[in-house]
Ligand binder design. Structure first.
Ligand code: FES
Length: 106
């Protein structure tokens, strides 16, 4: 099977227990070091586009810095107003110490 996973960042370069912004093409991805492992989403809030990497992260949830909307960083699910739409999540894994995401299908 073809291995098309794309490397984002070394796991050592992540903010331990926090969220780290990683440029990826035209996007900036948010890489979360959660209590359940590494998860990756688009860094833009689905409410008004604020940068979630500047928000408060508690190991499970990311709070938007602009209007304090809340997402589950492990699922992308919207958890508190004013956000209602889920985050765009990317399938992620850690391989040989590097965070990778699965190919993005359009
Ligand atoms: S931009 Fe994130 S809650 Fe408004």
């Amino acid at each position: 099977m073809a291995d098309n996973w794309q490397t984002l960042i070394s796991q050592d370069a992540l903010e331990p227990g926090d969220v780290t912004p990683v440029p990826f093409g035209e996007l900036v991805l948010a890489v979360y070091d959660t209590v359940n492992g590494i998860f990756v989403s688009d860094s833009r809030c689905t409410h008004a586009g604020a940068n979630l990497c500047d928000g408060y992260f508690d190991g499970k949830h990311i709070e938007c810095p602009l209007h304090q909307g809340l997402f589950d960083a492990r699922t992308g699910q919207a958890k508190a107003a004013p956000v209602v739409r889920p985050l765009k999540m990317f399938k992620a894994r850690v391989e040989n110490g590097f965070v990778q995401i699965a190919p993005i299908s359009k």
